[in-house]
Design a protein around this ligand. Structure first.
Ligand SMILES: Nc1nc2c(ncn2[C@@H]2O[C@H](COP(=O)(O)OP(=O)(O)OP(=O)(O)O)[C@@H](O)[C@H]2O)c(=O)[nH]1
Length: 572
């Protein structure tokens, strides 16, 4: 297979464009993926901040409700007097509890607990499944020993107690039993500022976070940890409240980057988890810590949202396909452009190549792009110039060849055919004569006393005499006859188809007569005589050499006998 310049150039350019488009596409794809992951981290952090704000809102709402209830007249009335005869106030407060719990699904339980009677629950409403349950009579329990009661009673009016996040293990807690919860409480004080009891709200932590998570995209996972990093909420519930079961399941073990949060070095962190349990499914996550005032000091919760990296990068697949299509399109465009460019470059080259291949001196190269102003135009002009020179030289060579050919067959001095051409013509004439059974005659002519002319008037006079004799011989023979100079002062005449010997005589005589015409050289009259020997085919031989030799012999016979005369070779 022959790879043309266009194919190779097109191939190289297409490869380069494919490589460049591919590399650009790959780079864009990788950058896009990194941007997507970064955007996901930012989005997760924003969502985590929103969740943290909503958690804070829930706490503040509960705090407001507690203040409202602590100042509700029925609350104080219930705590000041004996239980008997307070059914109406209890009913009022319970109804209020129920209204608030209906409005706020995060409330597990609401209670009014007396400071006296070992912290006896005076009014209590529990959430039990989908219903609200009023707990009364003997089911009311003494709670004085719980910190949310004892500690709250020590607080000034208007304060709110916030417990640590714990698993609710209080007996008969209905829906809240065994669930992570936070107790919030406010003291109910009399006019003297003495706390007579507390209003307590148990917050359903898991439910609250489940509702918060419901507003987030499905692939988001929610994490909550305490200030030590113990998981309180985790998609895998077996990892929560490990300390409650005598083991620690720590956030910083699963997400090492969150150690900085536990150690209070930073307040928020975004991370990628791809080791340990996340080795098979790497995650992108955002965590933040929030300080909260809790009983006995300050605490901290750590909130986090995570999503699988694959779900983030899913979006990049479509982008990848688009980039692939763009890269493919660019590569194809590059290929097409490369082919066009290659054709644009090689077309004039092909035109020139074809034109040059067809070049002959007779047919000049046409269609060369000589008007182009680029390198190809320069090349075309060089070709054009070259062909001009070649044609000139060829014409000269041709002329030289014609001249050489003429010289090879003609006598330079007289312009007559030389011995070589004469012999060729004699051979041809013989063949024709043999075919047509016709006759021919060869006249061998030698000038008489030619040497004297040279000797008397010089070599130029001899040359002029030779030329004059040649003219006279030609002038007195037919065009079809051949007059040649064999050399020196020897001439031959070939007479084709002489019908009879008389006709040959007549020509011979005519030639002798022609020599009698006066010829002057340098003002001197010179007389020239000829001795002629004549051979005839077929009588004197059937070859050129034989006929010439016979004629030569006949000429010598004449020369020795008489000169300025002619005679026929004897028939042999
Ligand atoms: N000027 C001139 N002389 C030539 C040329 N070729 C031969 N010759 C001379 O021609 C002469 C030929 O002499 P010959 O034919 O032997 O003698 P001739 O004087 O003709 O005597 P005969 O033939 O016996 O009559 C010589 O002197 C040659 O030098 C030529 O081309 N030019």
């Amino acid at each position: 297979m022959r790879w043309g310049l266009a194919t190779r150039l097109g191939g190289v350019l297409a490869l380069v464009s494919l490589l460049m488009a591919g590399m650009t596409g790959l780079y864009a794809y990788q950058v896009a993926r990194e941007l997507l992951v970064q955007a996901a981290k930012d989005e997760l952090m924003t969502a985590t901040q929103v969740v943290a704000r909503r958690v804070s809102d829930i706490r503040q709402d509960a705090s407001r409700d507690l203040q409202l209830l602590a100042h509700y007249p029925a609350s104080l009335a219930l705590l000041q007097g004996p239980p008997a005869g307070q059914a109406a106030q209890a009913e009022q407060l319970a109804t209020l509890f129920e209204l608030l719990m209906s409005a706020n699904p995060a409330y597990f339980q609401m209670r009014l607990i007396s400071a006296s009677s070992y912290g006896l629950e005076r009014v209590r409403v529990d959430r039990d499944g989908d219903t609200l349950l009023r707990v009364q009579g003997d089911d009311l329990q003494e709670k004085r020993h719980y910190p949310y009661v004892s500690d709250t009673l020590k607080l000034p009016a208007g304060s709110t107690y916030l417990s640590r996040i714990v698993i609710n293990r209080e007996r008969g807690a209905h829906a809240g039993l065994g669930q992570p919860t936070v107790q919030m409480a406010s003291p109910v004080t009399n006019a003297q500022g003495r706390a007579l009891g507390v209003i307590v709200v148990n917050l359903d932590l898991k439910g609250a976070f489940t509702r918060l998570a419901a507003d987030l995209p499905a692939e988001f996972q929610l994490f909550l940890a305490n200030q030590q990093g113990d998981f309180l909420i985790h998609p895998d519930s077996s990892k929560t409240f490990g300390f409650d079961a005598g083991r620690r399941v720590l956030m910083q073990d699963e997400f090492p980057a969150t150690r900085a949060l536990v150690d209070d070095q930073v307040s928020q962190v975004v991370l990628e988890a791809n080791t340990g349990t996340h080795a098979s499914m790497p995650m992108v996550a955002a965590f933040l810590s929030r300080k909260v005032k809790i009983a006995n000091g300050e605490g901290k919760i750590i909130l986090g949202l995570a999503q699988p990296r694959s779900s983030v990068l899913n979006r990049s697949h479509a982008l990848g396909m688009t980039i692939l299509q763009i890269a493919g399109g660019l590569a194809l465009t590059g290929f097409a452009l490369a082919l066009l460019l290659a054709r644009w470059v090689t077309r004039p080259l092909n035109i020139m190549s074809t034109a040059v291949a067809r070049f002959t001196p007779e047919q000049p190269i046409a269609g060369l792009p000589v008007h182009r102003q680029d390198e190809l135009g320069q090349l075309a002009r060089s070709f054009d110039h070259m062909q001009l020179q070649i044609r000139q030289q060829f014409t000269e060579l041709q002329a030289n060849r014609v001249e050489l050919e003429h010289l090879a067959r003609h006598d330079v001095l007289t312009g007559l055919p030389n011995r070589r051409l004469f012999m060729e013509r004699l051979e041809n004439a013989l063949q024709r004569a043999k075919r047509t059974q016709s006759a021919l005659a060869v006249m061998f002519i030698d000038m008489d006393h030619f040497k004297k002319i040279n000797d008397n008037w010089g070599h130029d006079a001899g040359d002029a005499a030779l030329q004059w004799v040649a003219q006279q011989l030609q002038a007195n023979t037919r065009k079809t006859d051949t007059v040649a100079r064999l050399g020196g002062d020897e001439f031959v005449v070939l007479l084709e188809s002489p019908v009879q010997r008389e006709q040959i005589d007549s020509v011979a005589q005519k030639l002798l007569d022609a020599m009698r015409e006066p010829w002057f050289y340098d003002g001197h009259l010179c007389s020239i005589g000829l001795s002629m020997g004549i051979s005839v085919y077929p009588e004197n031989g059937d070859t050129a050499d034989a006929l010439l030799s016979s004629a030569d012999s006949a000429m010598y016979s004449i020369k020795s006998a008489s000169r300025n005369n002619f005679g026929f070779a004897p028939e042999g």
